[in-house]
Design a protein around this ligand. Structure first.
Ligand code: DGY
Length: 320
């Protein structure tokens, strides 16, 4: 019988069918990732492993698992997986596209509003008992309505985010490695080269997947060329950003603020310098975290696993 490992606790109701065809092991922790040792040890005899984006699927891991046929990532991003090595070993890689698009775009839009309107700071002030009365500029933030947004990465999430921006009367620029003519005509978005995007946008929003090309793209030079009142939002991956450069840019008022759902190292601890900056909002990587979407992502992973075990084509293989 095929053996499947799921590296984090998921509701048992998703596993009934899969248990008919495979022996399924579920790591019981909901919040705590497996240690590297546990991950290697638990996976070594498995046919399929359903991974989280915090599990590093590298050469060492794949060499350690001689039975491994497929790695199924509970995420649309798969920068935690060495795709070239998986392809060389004939290991199938799947992800969870589409089902999380709207939810993740919604989080990006929320983060833009929350950062622009200083919502976390304002709520914290009330909670701390520091609210002493109404004042003309009390917690005054920036408008979002009518501003220019520059979207870096015009995939499905970028497009869903752009649709939300058009409801706010924004001018929408995008930069992507290829022109997206359909999005231009359907959504009224305008292609900009990277320089135009960062120098003219009031909001620069990164929705791109992390690749060798995009790693470290948002650096000192880029932040210094953004508008002084620009707000940088990142829901892609932390690896796009040189974090000390971002911190410097916010502290030295080269840009106004940042809203981050993703960080280079996750999780960060409470002493991280970002957390001492009221103009940096940090969320714990919750882009796709609605119950409906997480249910759909888990179901898709399980369906992929069942199909692979039955010798059928998976629903959402990553092109390699
Ligand atoms: C993904 O699926 O890659 C997202 O980052 C999850 O929120």
């Amino acid at each position: 019988m095929s053996k499947v490992l799921i590296t984090r606790a998921v509701p048992e109701r998703f596993l009934e069918d899969l248990r008919q065809t495979a022996e399924v092991t579920v790591y019981p922790e909901e919040l705590k990732p497996m240690t590297r040792e546990q991950f290697l040890d638990e996976s070594k005899d498995k046919t399929v492993v359903i991974t989280m984006l915090s599990d590093r699927v590298d050469q060492e891991f794949m060499d350690h698992c001689p039975e491994l046929k497929a790695v199924i990532n509970l995420a649309v991003g798969y920068d935690n997986i060495d795709l070239d090595y998986a392809a060389a070993k004939g290991i199938i890689v799947c992800n969870t596209p589409d089902v999380l698009t709207e939810t993740t775009a919604e989080l990006a839009f929320t983060l833009m509003l929350v950062t622009a309107r200083r919502i976390i700071e304002a709520a914290q002030m009330v909670q701390d008992g520091r609210w002493i009365g109404w004042a003309p500029y009390l917690m005054a933030g920036q408008d979002v309505y009518g501003k220019t947004v520059g979207i870096y990465g015009m995939g499905a999430i970028g497009r869903a985010f752009a649709r939300r921006c058009s409801g706010f009367g924004m001018t929408i620029l995008y930069h992507n490695r290829s022109r997206q003519e359909a999005a231009e005509s359907e959504l009224g978005v305008k292609y900009a080269d990277f320089d135009e995007l960062i120098t003219t946008s009031d909001y620069v929003v990164c929705t791109a997947p992390l690749t060798a090309e995009t790693a470290g793209k948002f650096n000192k030079d880029v932040f210094s060329r953004m508008k002084e009142d620009a707000i940088f939002i990142n829901i892609g991956r932390g690896g796009h950003v040189i974090e000390e450069d971002l911190l410097h840019a916010v502290q030295h008022r080269e840009i106004l603020a940042a809203g981050l759902d993703v960080l280079a190292e996750e999780p960060i601890n409470k002493d991280h310098s970002f957390l001492a900056e009221p103009n940096i909002v940090v969320l714990p990587h919750i882009g796709s975290a609605s119950v409906e979407t997480r249910d759909a992502m888990i179901q898709l992973c399980v369906d992929n696993a069942r199909r692979i075990i039955n010798g059928e084509q998976p629903l959402t293989p990553v092109k390699m």
